[in-house]
Design a protein around this ligand. Structure first.
Ligand code: ATP
Length: 367
């Protein structure tokens, strides 16, 4: 299938500062894609280059095989056929929902315009509220109107910049799922920008993880989660802690949380590894290593514990709330995972540390 959008080795600069560097990806028709990365990594800059609000200083951007941006040559934003949804909704306060949606449809005659407005109102399930003004709507409803307004002119591509970040957590997740359904029903190709991984997982067919203006990985959400390309991707898309491990003579991987299999013999004997341990992969088992409970947070069906291994390494473990352990208790812990994520060791990784440098050549291993 040919790409609807092809971003090819682009660079974006603000004065002397390079914000986006040698950045390439393609987007297939009908796919919902998310650019995920920490604050300041260049997500909005990239989105605005696609929309036409930022110039590219290297590379090209093609939409349906038409070059829409290259150095010193850019199609104006209004000629790109791209719709945008912003975090602050950007609705016209003095216009009703109906008229906000109709604003970009002035090229249509009255009957066509009314019919298209009805169609998108129906699509976002806002038909009942067509006569209301933005201030008479909840945040979630306002964002649905903003989505309807962007979809009304039938854009070739929809861009969404942190569309849910003004909403509370619960509504955010619900609306992300709802927006996915709406876009799929309308067959719209979209790119969203967010720093919220749950939102990205809820909405996306493909996720691109960015760090410091570079693309670290572009893949399906499951692959990003289970086979992260770099330690930074692993840390960004899932809670966890790296523990040290070594490949034994017999091929087993010896870690502080016990022996782990390496069925594909991916690692040479003697290799030192950093193994990523997710809280839900830690189990209490009689044969486990004695870990001391440091903290406990009840979370309803589960309880999250902070524990310390004999080496002093601290990590989190999540167990069903049925079990009650308290600070100071010792628990025998092991690691069980269907998707062991490991990298060659050469440094300490702090998942909370965004400034971690990564080596792109490293490969995640999925055992
Ligand atoms: N117009 C501008 N002039 C100069 N520097 C800019 C401009 N716009 C953005 N930047 C810088 O570019 C870098 C990337 O900003 P950008 O807004 O693209 O990041 P982001 O990943 O979208 O962040 P956030 O999630 O916080 O919105 C930041 O260091 C920012 O200060």
């Amino acid at each position: 299938m040919t790409a609807l959008l092809a971003v090819e080795s682009i660079e974006c600069r603000f004065g002397p500062r390079t914000i986006i560097e040698d950045f390439s990806f393609t987007v297939s028709e009908g796919d919902i894609n998310t650019l995920l990365g920490p604050s300041g990594c260049g997500k909005t800059t990239l989105l605005q280059a696609i929309a036409g609000f930022n110039p590219v200083t290297q590379g090209t951007i093609r939409l349906h095989d038409q070059i829409i941006a290259q150095p010193d040559d850019a199609l104006p934003p209004e000629k790109r056929g791209i719709g945008m949804v912003f975090q602050d909704y950007a609705l016209f306060p003095h216009l009703t929902v109906h008229d906000n949606i109709g604003f970009g449809l002035k090229h249509l005659d009255r009957v066509e315009r009314k019919s298209r407005i009805r169609e998108v109102l129906d699509l976002v399930q806002m038909s009942e509220l067509a006569d209301r003004y933005p201030h008479q709507l909840s945040g979630g409803q306002q964002q649905r109107v903003a989505l309807a307004r962007a979809l009304a002119p039938k854009p070739r591509l929809l861009l969404m910049d942190e569309p849910f970040s003004n909403l509370d957590t619960e509504l955010r997740r619900a609306l992300a799922t709802e927006v996915r359904d709406i876009l799929k029903r309308a067959g719209i190709t979209a790119i969203m920008v967010t720093h919220d991984r749950d939102e990205a997982f809820a909405i996306s067919d493909h996720i691109g993880v960015l760090d410091d203006g570079h693309l670290l990985q572009w893949d399906r959400p499951e692959v990003i989660y289970h086979q992260p390309a770099t330690p930074t991707v692993a840390s960004f898309v899932g809670d966890g802690t790296f523990i040290e491990a070594r490949v034994r003579e017999d091929g087993w991987i010896e870690s502080e949380l016990g022996l782990l299999p390496d069925p594909d013999e991916r690692w040479p004997v003697g290799a030192s590894l950093d193994v990523f341990v997710r809280p839900d992969e830690v189990l209490v088992e009689a044969s486990g290593v004695e870990a001391r409970v440091l903290s406990r947070a009840f979370m309803g069906t589960q309880t999250r514990y902070g524990v310390e291994l004999p080496s002093g390494r601290r990590l989190d473990a999540v167990f069903r709330a049925l079990h009650r352990h308290k600070a100071g208790d010792y628990l025998p812990l092991t690691l069980h995972t269907d998707h062991l994520v490991a990298f060659p060791a050469n440094r300490n990784y702090n998942p909370a540390d965004w400034t971690v440098e990564t080596l792109d050549t490293r490969e995640a291993v999925n055992l």
